[in-house]
Ligand binder design. Structure first.
Ligand code: GDP
Length: 444
């Protein structure tokens, strides 16, 4: 399957950075290096990779990341969003003509899967868009193309118009268009001739057809296996025709993915469909967001991050992070963290949304965790404001009072104080050598 190696490497790079708990200059640079290498090895255009990494770096140093509760998760989201941007910021659909008759002209080099794609799009338009489709066999160069289109038309149950191989493509297109109007078709797909290489005779013929049909869509088929050559082909066709979108074929092969990842930013031609097999149903509308998720192997992590952005109080998170950066972590900070955790819902639910961790979800006992949190909250609430901010003052008599007030044993109070001490030690580490601000300054 296409993108396999890229996906493996990028997923690993994302796992590495989130798995290390905190964001440091080193793990950030390691991640950026790995992203750069894996994109280059996937044959993504050098300039595209360079810009991509620069954009990720710039955003990762931004305010939003600093203010987030989990900076490394935010960095992953930045990579994911930039990957989507590379693939196309939004879905591109077929343009449907409001006056009734929608025209789709196919273009592409021989062997890229143009005739097959004509059949697949006919099926898609019939089933999903509920159109009465006509396929026009305007590839009169390749001997078998007309027969092939007729077979495909039969297979998907749509009409095929042909005047045979002795009538020119342009004349076939003209009469095909009239036929569609007379017979109540509302979507016409013109299969056209390909060549082994881009040549002027091919372009002249396609341009004549374009002038005649004024197509609502000109779709160019490109073979995913040809890598960055996709960019060159798309450029040459787009220079002469108004290409509205790409159909990237043979995604079921082991294409490295570079062409698909480079083409949008270099040519600004969007991908409309991808095809991953020879069968008529092997065609998908292209969704850049889902493809980005797929490549990063991250399933629902994005939703989880969005949930966090949506549900958590960023101001509370920022204040807490600021204090931790200054080596401060008190019972008030612990209380604030309990609140944020509660807002995120059940721990099981969170784990289920993280690929690789969903198996752990079954082992987590939400009820037990909630009752511990409830008990700890009660302990903190039995402390005076002074005690919460100055835990070192908690000697025996104070502990006894707190235990009594919250209905727990002194050991439970001790346990919580121990946890706080551990958190304080971690916080001191964070505010020491690898201070986040210093790190960010060093990187800019
Ligand atoms: P054309 O010359 O561009 O019209 O190419 P065809 O439509 O005849 O396709 C060339 C070959 O590629 C045929 O054997 C198709 O079955 C095959 N093909 C087309 N699309 C795909 C695809 O997505 N995956 C695979 N594996 N084969 C495809």
């Amino acid at each position: 399957m296409a993108f396999e190696s890229l996906s493996e490497r990028l997923s690993q790079a994302m796992k590495n950075i989130t798995g290390q708990g905190k964001l440091t200059e080193k793990n950030m640079n390691d991640m950026l290096k790995e992203v750069r290498m894996s994109l280059l090895e996937a044959d993504v255009n050098y300039g595209v990779v360079k810009d991509f990494v620069a954009r990720v770096k710039e955003k990762a140093l931004g305010q939003e990341v600093m203010e987030s509760l989990n900076p490394s998760q935010m960095v992953v989201k930045i990579v994911r969003d930039e990957l989507q941007e590379l693939l196309g910021s939004s879905d591109t659909e077929l343009t449907l003509n409001p006056d009734g008759l929608t025209t789709v002209m196919m273009a592409g080099l021989q062997g890229t899967g143009k005739t097959t794609a004509s059949g697949k799009i006919a099926r898609y338009a019939k089933q999903k868009l509920k159109k009465k489709v006509l396929l026009v066999a305007a590839d009169v160069v390749r001997p078998a193309a007309i027969d092939q289109l007729q077979t495909l038309g039969q297979q998907v149950g749509v009409d095929v118009f042909t005047l045979g191989p002795d009538v020119t493509a342009v004349e076939t297109a003209r009469q095909g268009l009239d036929y569609a109007r007379e017979n109540g078709h509302d979507l016409v797909i013109f299969d056209t001739a390909g060549r082994l290489h881009v040549d002027q005779a091919l372009m002249d013929e396609l341009r004549q057809m374009e002038e005649l049909i004024h197509p609502d869509n000109i779709l160019l088929t490109v073979d995913a296996m040809t890598g960055q050559d996709i960019v060159n082909v798309a450029k040459s066709f787009d220079d002469q025709l108004d290409i509205t979108g790409l159909v990237v074929t043979k995604m079921d092969g082991d294409a490295r993915g570079g062409g698909l990842l480079s083409v949008r930013s270099i040519t600004s031609v969007p991908v409309v469909f991808v095809s991953g097999g020879e069968k008529m149903e092997d065609l998908e509308q292209f969704h850049p967001d889902r493809m980005a998720d797929r490549i990063l192997g991250m399933g629902d992590v994005v939703s989880l991050i969005e949930q966090a952005q949506d549900r958590l109080d960023m101001e509370v998170g920022r204040q807490s992070a600021d204090r931790m950066m200054n080596g401060i972590f008190t019972f008030n900070d612990m209380l604030a963290q309990f609140g944020q955790l509660e807002k995120m819902g059940s721990m099981q639910g969170i784990l289920k949304m993280i690929p690789g961790l969903n198996k752990m979800a079954a082992q987590v006992n939400d009820e037990a965790m909630n009752s511990v949190m409830k008990r700890n909250r009660a302990i903190i609430q039995s402390m005076t404001p002074f005690e919460r901010e100055n835990p070192s003052c908690l000697k025996a008599s104070r502990k006894q009072r707190i235990a009594k007030g919250s209905g727990v044993k002194v050991q439970d109070v001790n346990k919580l104080i121990q946890q706080l001490n551990q958190m304080q030690q971690m916080t001191k580490l964070m505010s020491g050598g690898s201070n986040m601000n210093a790190m960010m300054n060093a990187m800019s």
